[in-house]
Each structure stands twice: as C-alpha cells, then as structure tokens.
Design a protein around this ligand. Structure first.
Ligand SMILES: Cc1cc2nc3c(=O)[nH]c(=O)nc-3n(C[C@H](O)[C@H](O)[C@H](O)COP(=O)(O)OP(=O)(O)OC[C@H]3O[C@@H](n4cnc5c(N)ncnc54)[C@H](O)[C@@H]3O)c2cc1C
Length: 388
C-alpha cells in the first residue's frame, strides 16, 4: 500500500469521542504520532453537545454556555433545581475544535488525516488501517493502537437499539421577553404523551431567542413523532410565545442500548457511541466520553492496557435496561418514575445518579423517593410480554 507508516495510534472518527480522546492523550503527554482520521461527513459547524460536570474536566472550560440551574415540570407541577456543584454546559462544534487544537498545539505529531476508514486488520505487531483519501485513492497506515468510533468493516453489525430518542429542535426568536437565559429546561412533560414518554428541553441564548426541543423515547420501529405541531403548542401554551420565528431546525435520533455494541479487541478499542457511552436512560454521552477518554489516557501513560477503562457499572446498565423496558410496556409508570425522581430529590443528587456517580447512602435516599413497586411490576410485565 502506498503511504504506509507506523504510528502510535490512529483515532478513527474525529467527532465527540475522537476529539476528546486526542485532547486527553495529548494532555497526558502520551504518543509521538497520533492520527485523527475523519471523513468530514459530519461538519463540526453543525454540531453541539451538552453535559453536566463539576468543572474539573479537561474540556469543561471549552463550554460555550455554562448554566447553574435547571427547570423541570409536568402536569400541575414545576420546580427549579440549583445544580451546584454541577453546572450544565453546552459546547458548539467549533468551540470544541478550538479547545482541542489548543491542547494539541504543543504536540506536532498529532495530525488530522482526511479520509474514510475502510477496514482494520489486527496482526502480531499492530493494526493495519485501510482508508480512502479525499481523492478516492486506497491508502493504509499501521498503528500500535486504534481507537475506533466508527467500526469500519466491522465483522458483526451493530445490533438494533432497544429504543431511540427522537427529537426536533427549533431555534426560535420572539418579539417579547419569554425565555430565561441562565436556566436550562431539562425536562418539561407538558407536551402530548400519546407517542411515548415525551418531554421538552430548552436552552435560551437571550430572553428572545432559544433552542426549544421536543424529545420522545420511541420504540425502534415507531413512526416519526409529530413534533412540529406539538412544539408550536408548547411555545404558545406553556412558554407564552404568541409570535415567533423559526430561525433554524435540527432533528435527530439517538439510538439507546443498555449494553455496548462493540468490545475491545486487543489493540483496537471502541470509543464513543460504539463503546456504549450513550447512557440508555438519558441519551447523554459527552460526560461519559470525557471520563472514558481520561481513563484511556491515564492507562496508556502508566503503561497499562487501556481496554478496561470504560466507565460502565453493571447495576446502572441493569437499571437503564429496566427503564427502557418500562418506557415501552407502561409509559405512565416510566413517567411516574422520572417525575418522582425530579420532584423529590435535589438537583446534584439527580445529576450524580444519572452520571452513575452517586455514593451508596445517597443512592438509598434517592430510591426511597421512587415508586419502585409500580416500576417493578411494569418491568416484570414488560419482560414477560417480551419473552412471550
Ligand atoms: C443529533 C444528536 C445530538 C446529540 N446531542 C448530545 C448532547 O447534547 N449531549 C450528549 O451527551 N450526547 C449527545 N448525543 C449523543 C452522543 O454524545 C453523540 O452521538 C456523540 O457525537 C457520539 O460521539 P462519537 O464520537 O461516538 O460519534 P460522532 O460524534 O458522530 O463522531 C464520529 C465521527 O466519525 C466520522 N466518520 C464516520 N464514518 C467514518 C469513516 N468510515 N471514516 C472516517 N470517519 C468517519 C463522522 O463523520 C464523525 O465525525 C447526541 C446524538 C445525536 C445523534
């Protein structure tokens, strides 16, 4: 193959996981030659990620927006949750890229490699990464390690998700002050619930402009939800925005799985969504991607195998699987579970629970607030229906 070379690592895919891992590896001082192979199919200009953290993370300061309080609401109730010591952060693709570029600047051996990965072949001395350059020429590079967020030529197809989060976001502008910057609407259930457990999420850029997003936990084969009209209803009836203009729209679907679709294979390590970083109960991955990236970098810097660095907790995965099952079998029970969690617990406890970072005593306190018997019955009936 022309252009073959041996490098310390190839990171396949320069999205959330690829960029984050490159930043963590560079900050740990690991590796002389690290290539970030990306096909450019998902321009960073179009991307945004949100997460919460306590502020000590390598990329926390990259956040374009930092928010200290969250609103949650449902039929007949509403609550504002102070989040400290957490903050809710949103980073745009360009801001993330700029922060990563600053971290990579002292390490010239970290380079971008435009191209489309085609296959990975493991042998005794490393991994052969076959890719196509932007002119369509077949190329290859050898690496000691491959961190893969794509799965080129993967022998096993990624299994179907157990559910998906379907969403439509509208960036809207109004003529009156109706939004509150500095507060994120994390989950507002005051939207029609006919198509599954649904909620509205909103982040304001100013009192007159915001991203307002409707999300539904949908079965894998469910038809697209009627978000447009329901967002219009929400803006009029809940926000009180009589007149508004839609500046832009973004829709998407996040596959939810309670187990990772790919496992480490020697020097090839899945990262990002492929490594199961999307938490099945919430659809968030960015915070977990940061923890996974930090753990991989720490393992490599210490000369340890990085394949056991994934921040998975078996009990949390079991809970997520149960929640997805109840979402399908008894959406009312799932909603009651979420509403109890949101109304009866302080914000930091909720966020730590969702982060799988809650100490055992706090866990018990949170469980004591939840309608567990009803949830358990719904889960059992969902399992038996599935097995039939
Ligand atoms: C629309 C949407 C919004 C989301 N928002 C959030 C959020 O706000 N907060 C959160 O925590 N999670 C969010 N998620 C979940 C998760 O964080 C994202 O999916 C995240 O981008 C996953 O990171 P990744 O690196 O695995 O994949 P990606 O970020 O998608 O990166 C994969 C990269 O690989 C490139 N690529 C693909 N095929 C090839 C190939 N053959 N060769 C080379 N390059 C290739 C792609 O172009 C892309 O740049 C969202 C998911 C979706 C779908």
């Amino acid at each position: 193959m022309p252009g073959a070379a041996t490098v310390d690592a190839v990171i396949v895919g320069a999205g959330a996981a690829g960029l984050s891992l490159a930043a963590h590896l560079a900050a740990a001082g690991w590796g002389d030659d690290v290539l970030l192979l990306d096909d450019g199919a998902q321009p960073l200009e179009d991307r945004t990620w949100a997460w919460w953290s306590t502020g000590g993370g390598l990329l926390d300061r990259a956040a374009s927006t930092v928010i200290g309080a969250a609103d949650v609401a449902g039929d007949g109730w509403a609550r504002r949750l102070p989040l400290a010591p957490y903050a809710y952060r949103v980073v745009t693709g360009p801001d993330l890229a700029a922060a990563v570029a600053r971290l990579l600047a002292p390490r010239p051996g970290y380079r971008r490699l435009p191209g489309t990965a085609r296959s990975l072949a493991v042998d005794d001395t490393g991994v052969q990464v076959a890719y196509e350059d932007p002119d369509g020429r077949a190329r290859a590079v050898r690496a000691r390690w491959v961190f893969d967020s794509v799965g080129p030529g993967a022998p096993t197809p990624v299994p179907d998700p157990e559910a998906r989060l379907d969403f439509l976001g509208l960036h809207v502008e109004t003529d009156a002050d109706v939004f509150e910057p500095g507060v994120v609407t994390l989950m507002d259930f005051r939207t029609a619930q006919d198509d599954g457990v649904a909620f509205v999420y909103a982040v304001a850029a100013s009192a007159r402009s915001a991203l307002v997003e409707r999300t539904v936990y949908a079965a894998p084969d469910a038809p697209p939800p009627p978000h447009d009209q329901l967002l219009e209803d929400y803006l009029r009836d809940v926000v009180g925005a009589r007149d508004h203009r839609i500046v832009s729209r973004e829709d998407g679907s996040i596959p939810l799985r309670s187990s990772p679709p790919a496992h480490p294979m020697g020097p090839v390590l899945p990262v990002g969504a492929r490594a199961g970083m999307i938490k099945a109960g919430t659809g968030y991955a960015f915070g977990r991607i940061q923890r996974h990236s930090a753990a991989i970098a720490a393992a490599l810097a210490a000369g340890r195998y990085p394949g056991r660095a994934a921040p998975h907790h078996r009990w949390a995965r079991t809970q997520d699987a149960a929640l997805l099952r109840v979402m399908r079998s008894d959406p009312d029970a799932a909603r009651a579970f979420l509403e109890a969690m949101l109304t009866r617990n302080p914000g930091p406890r909720i966020l730590a629970f969702l982060d799988e970072d809650l100490p055992p005593r706090e866990h018990l306190r949170l469980y004591a607030t939840l309608p567990l018997p009803r949830f358990g019955r719904a889960c059992a009936s969902g399992s038996s229906r599935r097995s039939r």
